[in-house]
Design a protein around this ligand. Structure first.
Ligand code: GLP
Length: 241
């Protein structure tokens, strides 16, 4: 596991973007596994800039996202599909049909999980970008999720609902369920790039790096992946230094 500790969020975003840019220069038709949340926004901004400058192109890129809230669709500002379009897809030359997220508004959610799992099986990620929940979740794989999970509907924990409430008008508005890529599908990525910023992530970073590999800290499974890069700011890295 490679660990890069940065001074601040800006530097973390720069390191993350540099890794993705290099991948896209080496392989312009790479499959990018992408994440939502506040953490990767700075990195996405830099990728948008690099694309505008002609440094990289998303023309042949395909993307798969980690997760989506159940009940939210593209018209909902808090949906992850909306987030991805706002922060990346609408600002770069990626083809809309090459961008994939699970649908939170599918009439049959178990069929949607099966569809997304089959899609992922056919396009393994060259890199999977991850954020980190303060409880150690990756994607929306909450503590206790079996490591062999594939895409499924998850009941979000109170902790996650509280953490994510800041993006909604009221805590009651946060969906209680989500569809998430399973842990085994995250682990299939050739390379993992996890970004974490802020003191509220320090405990989860400790569990990821130094804790025992246990389903009680989903991110700890990354200790068993052959190619993981953590890009942290000093606050997120404070307990592992
Ligand atoms: C959300 C997402 C995760 C994300 C995490 C951290 O619950 N499902 O994929 O990594 O929370 O979010 P943030 O980056 O906003 O702290």
């Amino acid at each position: 596991m490679q660990i890069i500790v940065c001074d601040d969020y800006k530097q973390m975003s720069g390191h993350g973007a540099a890794i993705v840019k290099k991948l896209l220069r080496d392989d312009p038709s790479a499959v990018l596994g992408l994440a939502t949340g506040s953490t990767p926004i700075g990195m996405y901004d830099l990728l948008v800039q690099a694309c505008a400058d002609g440094e990289i192109s998303f023309e042949k890129v395909r993307t798969v996202n980690l997760d989506e809230y159940v009940g939210l669709g593209e018209k909902d500002a808090q949906s992850y599909v909306h987030f991805m379009r706002e922060h990346l897809f609408d600002k770069v030359n990626v083809k809309r049909e090459n961008t994939h997220l699970p649908s939170g508004i599918a009439a049959d959610l178990s069929a949607e999980c099966a569809r997304y799992s089959a899609l992922l099986a056919g396009m393994p990620q060259d890199i999977q970008v991850l954020g980190l929940g303060s409880n150690g979740h990756i994607g929306f794989n909450e503590p206790g999720t079996p490591f062999d999970s594939t895409t499924y509907v998850v009941q979000l924990t109170e902790n996650t609902i509280r953490d994510n409430a800041r993006l909604f008008d009221r805590q009651e508005d946060v969906p209680r369920k989500a569809i998430t890529m399973g842990i085994s599908e995250i682990m299939r990525a050739k390379r993992i790039l996890l970004l974490a910023s802020g003191a509220n992530k320090a405990k989860a970073v400790y569990g990821l790096v130094k804790g025992e590999v246990s389903e009680s800290c989903p991110a700890s499974i990354l200790q068993r992946h052959a190619d993981v890069t953590l890009v942290l700011d000093t606050a997120a890295a404070s307990l592992i230094r």
